[in-house]
Design a protein around this ligand. Structure first.
Ligand code: ZN
Length: 195
């Protein structure tokens, strides 16, 4: 029997971080295969809140999913990836219009990174005065980058009316964005289920 690993990544944990001055501003952890999770922090309603994004190593550069929330960590994330993997980020895809997903889009565009959101995300970003991507996806889109293929999927309104998820068929990884947080307990954090 083949083991299917379904992974759900919670991007916006409500866990409060204590001792925040000792916390690093940027954390990177290996997830599986070519997948890595990065975490930055911001203050929300008086608490230090982590926001997770992901990146994928390919032999045509690194694909960044969402951007750091902490504006001081846009370049440190690129530098850390370069140092760790000797690869450059070439594409960045943000999964909905909130700042913890989109804040770095314009910075990354200026660094020559191809930035993407859906057209709907762009409309909401514009309306809410958030950073916007250079390239807009009109519908669910398949990306083939280096040896990896993945597709964006709009499941309908959830966390926000524009949220998309990203599915990696070969690896059975679902990058769920804030959508897959739901009404579950606050601190599920990171779920790995074998079926
Ligand atoms: Zn959000």
């Amino acid at each position: 029997m083949r083991t299917l690993i379904l992974t759900i990544i919670f991007l916006f944990s409500l866990t409060k971080i204590f001792g925040q001055t000792q916390e690093p501003k940027l954390k990177i952890s290996h997830f599986t295969g070519d997948f890595y999770i990065y975490t930055t922090y911001n203050t929300y309603e008086g608490s230090q809140i982590p926001a997770n994004g992901m990146y994928l190593l390919t032999n045509s550069g690194v694909v960044l999913f969402d951007t750091p929330w902490d504006t001081t960590q846009f370049q440190p994330l690129l530098d850390s990836i370069k140092l760790k993997h000797n690869k450059n980020v070439t594409i960045c895809i943000a999964t909905h219009w909130h700042s913890d997903r989109t804040e770095g889009l314009e910075y990354y565009k200026r660094q020559g990174i191809k930035t993407y959101t859906t057209k709907l995300t762009d409309e909401l970003s514009k309306k809410n005065d958030k950073k916007r991507a250079e390239y807009l996806m009109e519908k669910d889109t398949v990306f083939s980058i280096g040896q990896h293929t993945f597709e964006t999927y709009y499941p309908g309104q959830g966390h926000t009316e524009d949220n998309i998820v990203i599915w990696f068929e070969k690896e059975k990884v679902l990058y769920g964005g804030c959508l897959i947080k739901g009404a579950e307990a606050e601190n599920l954090g990171f779920l790995e289920t074998e079926m």
